[in-house]
Write a protein that binds this ligand. Structure first.
Ligand code: M1P
Length: 246
C-alpha cells in the first residue's frame, strides 16, 4: 500500500519515550529513516505542545512528523503548519471551570503525599491537567509519587470524586501519565485527532495506556483505527518491525 494510504499514529509518553523524557536517538532514527519512507507518521500526545517538543528533540518536531497532535489533537499541526486549536474555557465557560478548579484545589489540599511541590492545576488550550504532587516536582519526586499512587490509588480516587461531584459538567477524566489527571470535554479524547486524517485507508495507533480510564483507550478501541498496546519504546520498535517487515 502507498505511503499516503497508511498512517501510523503514536502516543508519546511510554510509547516513544520514557515518561516525560527525551526520545532516544535510535528510536528517532528508526521513525525517520525506516518507517517514514513506507508510511505517513503522526504523534498524538496528551501533553501540550511545549512538552511534546521538549521530548521529541525540539520545536522542529512539527517538521519531522507529518502530523503532530498535542493535547489529544486539540492543538493540531500538519506538514509543519499550525491547523487548529480548541479552547476549553470557551466551550465550558469560566464560571463552571472555576467551580471545577476550586474543587480540585480543595480536594488536593486534604491529600497527604510523600511530598508536594507547585503547579497543581495546569490550564492548557483544550484541557486542564490536575496534578496532586505538583508539576514542578523533580524527576525523582515524580517517580516516588508514581510508586505511591500505584499503591494508594490517589489519582483513581480523585477521578472518582470528580465524576461524582461533577456528573453534568460535560467533562471526562483520563489518566495518561505518571502524576496527573487530564480533564477535557467529553469526546475531546484522542479520537478528536481522527477528524484531521479521514483520507487514510489504514490508521495504526500505538499506545501504552489503552485500558479503560487510560488516555489511549478510546482511540485504541475506535473502529477507524487498528490499535496496538505497547509496554515501552523498545516494544513499539519491535512491533513496528514485525507489522511493517522493517
Ligand atoms: O502521557 C501523556 C501525559 O503526560 C503527562 O503526564 P504526567 O505528567 O502525569 O506523567 C501530562 O502532560 C499529561 O497531560 C499527558 O496526558
Amino acid at each position: 500500500m502507498a505511503r499516503d494510504d497508511v498512517l501510523v499514529l503514536f502516543d508519546v509518553d511510554g510509547t516513544l519515550t520514557p515518561h516525560r523524557q527525551v526520545i532516544l536517538p535510535h528510536v528517532q532514527d528508526f521513525l525517520q529513516n525506516q518507517l517514514k519512507p513506507v508510511a505517513t507518521v503522526g504523534l498524538v500526545g496528551g501533553s501540550d505542545m511545549p512538552k511534546i517538543a521538549e521530548q521529541m528533540g525540539g520545536a522542529d518536531v512539527i517538521h519531522k512528523f507529518d502530523f503532530v497532535f498535542a493535547e489529544n489533537g486539540l492543538v493540531a499541526y500538519r506538514d509543519g503548519q499550525f491547523v487548529e486549536k480548541q479552547s476549553i474555557s470557551a466551550f465550558i465557560g469560566d464560571d463552571k471551570l472555576q467551580k471545577f478548579i476550586n474543587f480540585c484545589l480543595r480536594y488536593m489540599s486534604d491529600l497527604e503525599l510523600p511530598c508536594k511541590r507547585g503547579n497543581f492545576v495546569e490550564f492548557r488550550n483544550g484541557m486542564i491537567n490536575v496534578c496532586p504532587v505538583g508539576r514542578s516536582c523533580s524527576y525523582e519526586e515524580r517517580l516516588v509519587f508514581a510508586e505511591f499512587d500505584a499503591k494508594h490509588r490517589v489519582r483513581e480516587q480523585m477521578r472518582d470524586a470528580l465524576m461524582k461531584a461533577f456528573p453534568d459538567l460535560g467533562l471526562q477524566f483520563a489518566i495518561g501519565g505518571q502524576i496527573s489527571i487530564d480533564a477535557f470535554p467529553i469526546g475531546w479524547d484522542k479520537r478528536y485527532c481522527l477528524k484531521f486524517v479521514e483520507s487514510f485507508k489504514d490508521i495504526h495507533f500505538f499506545g501504552d495506556r489503552t485500558a479503560p480510564g487510560g488516555n489511549d483507550h478510546e482511540i485504541f478501541e475506535d473502529p477507524r483505527t487498528q490499535g496496538y498496546t505497547v509496554s515501552s519504546p523498545e516494544d513499539t520498535l519491535s512491533q513496528l518491525k514485525t507489522i511493517f517487515k522493517l
